[in-house]
Design a protein around this ligand. Structure first.
Ligand code: HEM
Length: 183
């Protein structure tokens, strides 16, 4: 199964990073050819999510759950894969819904920032996978410079959970307020 996971996982990586390349190009250029690439951003993202879901399911078949979750590196790879897949799926749905307005005015900077976060989480997921196969990249090493040793359990302070819940409530309230404003 590992060989199939390695084979399939490069499809979402390539598709999501191509989408990010197009987002970055569009943020900094209004050239006709770049504007026409814009239409392919959300299909690339959602195709990436489809391939990502297949890679995710195959990934879960490599080792028994009880074995892979014994390893902090294994848990970190699963955690980042879960973030990456859900993040890009939401990005694809939003990209589709807002497809005509993504790069209007200051909104392009939001698209660029969200895309950059997405690219970062894909890169980290991939490098953790590479570390699992015994081939850590410079990215794995760089993460240790910012204080995250990926071979140890990832902890966040408990108070961060309260911040997450609060953040989610604020976003839902803002969403409802925004809908009323539009009407
Ligand atoms: C979006 C989802 C995922 C992506 C993009 C991804 C990506 C990768 C990559 C790039 C590699 C290294 C390939 C290489 O060395 O060339 C890898 C290895 C690995 N991944 Fe994932 N992965 C994902 C989800 C998962 C999940 C959910 C699991 C569940 C446990 C998993 C388990 C593994 C394991 C065990 C390896 C090492 C395989 C070996 O030792 O040969 N992956 N992954």
């Amino acid at each position: 199964m590992a060989v199939y996971h390695i084979l399939v996982s490069h499809f979402p990586i390539a598709l999501w990073l191509t989408a990010y390349l197009f987002i970055a190009l569009r943020t900094f250029s209004d050239a006709q050819i770049i504007v026409s690439l814009e239409k392919s951003i959300w299909p690339l993202i959602l195709l990436g999510s489809l391939a990502g879901a297949i890679a995710y399911i195959i990934g879960l078949q490599i080792y028994p759950w009880s074995a892979i979750t014994q390893s902090p590196l294994g848990r970190n790879h699963i955690m980042l894969a879960t973030w990456t897949l859900s993040y890009w799926t939401v990005m694809g749905i939003l990209g589709f819904k807002l497809r005509r307005h993504l790069f209007e005015g200051a909104q392009k900077w939001i698209a660029f920032t969200l895309g950059s976060i997405g690219a970062l989480v894909v890169v980290i997921t991939g490098t953790l996978g590479g570390s699992l196969t015994g081939t850590p990249s410079l990215v794995t090493k760089s993460l240790s410079y910012v204080g995250w040793n990926v071979y140890t359990t990832f902890y966040i302070p408990t108070w961060m959970l309260a911040v997450f819940v609060l953040g989610a409530i604020v976003l839902v309230v803002l969403g409802f307020a925004g809908r009323r404003y539009k009407n």
